[in-house]
Design a protein around this ligand. Structure first.
Ligand code: TGC
Ligand code: FAD
Length: 388
């Protein structure tokens, strides 16, 4: 007899959602089913960013969805999490695109920008007419952004920016880059517009992961910026790290979608694949593996929902985000790898979703703090000692 429980939501987390949260989830799910799934495999295979999806994403209010005003939807944190989950059910690259625009570009402009900067950038970004990227990581060591070398120096009323950034999502397609640089007054954020003299953003080729997303290097060679390009609200590493907290929160939800997509396909596959005279799903080992996946997904869902409720109550601690990002990305990567294996040879084909999700999740477990970085954040919380 088929289960009366939903295998992709064993503890019925869905019933804990408000009407508005459920509506947000449903509308993004429809968008992913109708517009993302039919094209995403081809985008991944051809290393193509699906720009044509931008108007639909904007129409649903998914850019800067947590911001109140400036043309943004003003949704709660749980809704933002559900948006990430549904988008990543399609592809981690698409969720990344929206995470960066929302949490790493619109968030710092909203939190640390002047009124002029907010009015200039937030409404067109919400409409998807302007795109942004976030430049923190440098080639010599992304885990330690405090060691950044990119430097901005005051010259008259202007700033002059020199240095480079590496592995920057959306870099080549962005109209504006939020760039973090060392200055004589601490670490500052700057809004650098595409086309500014001395600024170049070439795309990184040959990626085997996040192939439907644009990743770039950023180069700054004596880039002259007006004083008005500096974000006035913060002058320390706290600025970029608080943006990371927003993005990591969303990434704690996103991979649940990727894992659900993999498990859903495997439930269908193991029911129809017959070996040794019976369907694969009738064997004990396969059932144990499927059960383990459902257990880990449901645990991740409960963790994400609790995380979201804490965030909405204003009680979320960055260490809790680290626990959830670590747990939930690891969960999804392990599930995608195991699903790939249970498909046998077919598992290496993009005709099935696990290998694409598996390759994508190799980036997700690395960016926004590697697994080791999050373990060390938790270790520091437990022992009071920073062991980075
Ligand atoms: P530390 O001395 O601990 O802190 C410096 C200042 O920052 C504050 N702070 C935070 N604030 C808000 N949220 C957080 N999570 C914060 N963590 C720390 C802290 O209170 C302090 O403030 P203040 O006012 O006293 O100055 O900094 P540290 O240099 O020891 O570094 C700690 C560490 C290793 C955890 C940090 O450097 C780190 O997180 N490293 C990993 C870097 C990383 O995650 N990079 C991600 C780049 S962006 C990206 O990957 C985008 S991927 C695309 C997508 O999102 O889809
Ligand atoms: P490293 O920091 O060199 O780490 C190498 C290894 O050392 C890792 O296994 C790490 O866990 C380990 N390690 C590091 N420190 C310690 C320690 N103290 N103890 C033990 N082990 C340690 N960055 C941005 O700023 N903006 C973006 O939009 C962006 N998008 C990205 C998109 C993609 C597809 C990828 C792959 C990366 C992106 N990044 C972005 C960069 C990302 O945040 C970094 O790759 C990440 O922070 C790790 O930095 P790193 O690659 O330099 O690795």
């Amino acid at each position: 007899m088929a289960s009366s429980l939903n295998p992709l939501d064993l503890f019925d987390v869905r019933s804990e959602l408000s009407e508005e949260e459920a509506m947000v989830q449903d509308s993004v799910a429809r968008f992913v089913d109708d517009q993302v799934l039919p094209i995403i495999r081809e985008c991944f295979e051809k290393h193509r960013f699906p720009k044509e999806l931008i108007p639909g994403i904007a129409e649903l209010g998914l850019f800067g969805s947590s911001i109140d005003g400036y043309g943004c939807a003003g949704l709660n944190a749980v809704s933002y999490g559900l948006i990430c989950q549904e988008l990543e059910r399609g592809d981690s690259g698409l969720r990344s695109f929206v995470s960066v625009q929302s949490s790493l570009v619109m968030y710092p402009i909203h939190a640390f920008g002047s009124e002029e900067q907010k009015n200039r950038w937030l409404p067109p970004m919400a409409r998807g007419e302007a795109l942004g990227c976030f430049g923190l990581t440098e080639a010599h060591g992304g885990s330690d952004p405090g060691s950044m070398k990119t430097y901005a120096k005051r010259q008259g009323g202007d700033w002059v920016l020199n240095g480079s950034k590496m592995w920057i999502t959306n870099g080549t397609v962005a109209d504006v880059a939020v760039v973090w640089a060392r200055t004589d007054e601490g670490i500052r954020g700057f809004l650098v517009e595409r086309g500014t003299k001395g600024f170049d953003a070439p795309e990184i080729e040959n990626k085997m992961s996040l192939r439907a997303s644009v990743t770039s290097a950023l180069f700054f060679d004596n880039v002259r910026l007006p004083a008005s390009s500096m974000l006035p609200g913060v002058s320390s590493l706290r600025g970029p790290l608080s943006c990371l907290s927003q993005a990591r929160y969303g990434i704690s939800w996103g991979p649940i979608g990727a894992a659900q997509a993999c498990l859903k396909q495997l439930l269908e596959y193991t029911e129809t694949r017959e070996l040794f005279g019976r369907p694969l799903s009738h064997t004990q080992l396969i059932q144990a593996r499927l059960a383990d996946m459902a257990r880990r997904i449901t645990t991740a869902q409960l963790l994400a929902l609790r995380l979201g409720r804490l965030k909405d109550a204003g009680r979320l601690h960055p260490t809790q985000i680290s626990v959830a990002k670590w747990n939930n990305v690891r969960m999804a990567l392990d599930i995608a790898r195991d699903c790939r294996d249970m498909l046998g040879g077919a598992g290496i084909s993009a005709e099935y979703v696990p290998v694409r999700h598996m390759l994508n999740l190799e980036s997700v477990i690395t960016y926004e703090g590697t697994e080791s970085v999050h373990q060390l954040v938790v270790g520091k919380e437990l022992t009071g000692v920073s062991a980075f």
